[in-house]
Design a protein around this ligand. Structure first.
Ligand code: HEM
Length: 156
């Protein structure tokens, strides 16, 4: 799905701004939100016996190497995704590789439904954007492309 120049500008400027937190921190914000929204995913990353209803904090997440590794991977992958939005061949390769690596790890494609609200909330919260902001609308579209690319490669 092609993006307009304006959408690309909004996506890249907002990601550049959020990235100032550092890749690990952005990733931890997104990943903490994800594991709180979908506690059943926690078992894929660690074996600490935390009740599902217990809210994870970023500080608890930071103590777990596997969690930090995946958090950073998420942020790095989003950076590449944003960079490749106007390079269809590179984009396709990235999404295929993400889909294949998650399929290999038995990640349920449905899990990716939880990611969009978390990304929107981290970006919107950090940049203090109103929910109807064009930047967030561009992210909704972008996440659709990310999700569809990953999920179709998982199901291929
Ligand atoms: C929807 C929930 C998700 C689950 C349950 C999940 C699960 C996993 C697991 C279990 C691994 C292997 C452990 C590891 O490398 O840390 C992994 C690897 C990875 N994940 Fe995720 N992931 C999710 C979402 C995402 C998202 C949204 C991105 C980025 C856009 C992402 C990027 C990566 C990358 C780059 C790797 C390393 C792949 C490789 O080794 O080839 N993940 N994921």
């Amino acid at each position: 799905m092609p993006f307009t120049d304006e959408e690309l500008k909004l996506l890249r400027n907002s990601w550049d701004e959020v990235k100032k937190l550092g890749m690990k921190e952005v990733g931890l914000h997104i990943f903490t939100g994800l594991l709180n929204a979908a506690p059943s995913l926690r078992t894929l990353f660690y074996t600490i016996d935390l009740p599902d209803e217990e809210e994870l904090t970023i500080d608890v997440m930071r103590e777990n190497k596997k969690v930090v590794a995946h958090a950073t991977r998420i942020a790095n992958a989003i950076s590449k995704f944003i960079k490749f939005l106007d390079q269809p061949e590179e984009l396709e390769k990235l999404l295929t590789s993400l889909g294949e690596s998650h399929a290999r790890r038995q990640v349920d494609p449905e899990s990716f439904e939880y990611v969009a609200p978390v990304i929107l909330s981290v970006i919107g919260g950090h940049l203090k954007l109103p929910s109807n902001s064009p930047t967030l609308q561009a992210w909704v579209k972008a996440y659709g492309v990310l999700r569809n690319g990953i999920v179709s490669a998982m199901e291929a």
